[in-house]
Design a protein around this ligand. Structure first.
Ligand code: ITT
Length: 199
């Protein structure tokens, strides 16, 4: 049995503005006050894990301890089979110190050297941790293909090159509500809600 979330305040342990927006939208139906990591001045822990799950747990547990409140962290990324799973857990790092995802998407395109239909998936691990050290983790994925050049200005990160399976537009071209109906993050979030939030 997963531990239930009984509080009314939650720290969102991410410094990524795209995630803050999306997780904020997913949490909107719940009566919980969301406190940003930035407003508490929480440091960004070094992501030393070798899996999405491990990195989500490390970030959530560090934030819960530092803030003395339950904390929710997200570790996610783009997994490209033809690149041996890259950029994977290093998805943020491929954007370089300036966090420029035009650069990151270009790097992916260059490494694919002209391959046309490339399958890929996004992964999202969400971890809810409590100050006493307990935590619950959930993972979601969404399958799709990559398309170049990038399309659309919605979303964030690698969204403009990712076309979810069964759709003919990229996440970058999709309204947020449609992305939330199928995304890796929404998928992990549904599991979290069912296990920890639902009555
Ligand atoms: P935090 O650790 O502070 O949460 P981060 O950006 O460093 O922020 P990650 O290490 O989890 O987070 O990096 C994941 C990267 O994968 C992220 O920077 C995005 O570029 C990309 N990514 C994750 N989810 C995505 C989505 O829904 N759409 C597009 N790109 C996504």
């Amino acid at each position: 049995m997963a531990r239930r979330f009984a509080g009314d305040r939650l720290v969102l342990a991410t410094h990524n503005a795209g995630k803050v927006r999306e997780i904020g939208e997913l949490l909107a139906p719940f009566t919980v006050e969301v406190i940003s990591a930035g407003s508490l001045g929480l440091p960004e822990p070094e992501e030393t894990g070798t899996t999405f799950r491990a990195n989500a747990e490390l970030k959530a547990r560090a934030a819960a301890t530092a803030a003395n409140l339950p904390a929710l962290a997200d570790d996610s990324g783009l997994v490209v089979d033809a690149l041996g799973g890259a950029p994977g857990i290093y998805s943020a790092r491929w954007a370089g110190p300036d966090k420029d995802f035009t650069v990151a998407m270009k790097r992916v395109e260059q490494k694919l050297t002209g391959k046309k239909k490339v399958v890929a998936h996004f992964v999202c691990a969400l971890c809810l941790a409590w100050p006493d050290g307990t935590f619950e983790t959930f993972e979601g994925i969404v399958n799709g293909t990559l398309i170049f050049p990038p399309r659309g200005t919605q979303g964030f990160g690698y969204d403009p090159i990712f076309m979810p399976a069964g759709h003919d537009i990229t996440f970058g071209e999709m309204e947020p509500e449609r992305k939330h109906a199928m995304s890796h993050r929404a998928n992990a979030f549904r599991q979290l809600v069912a296990a920890c939030f639902a009555a």
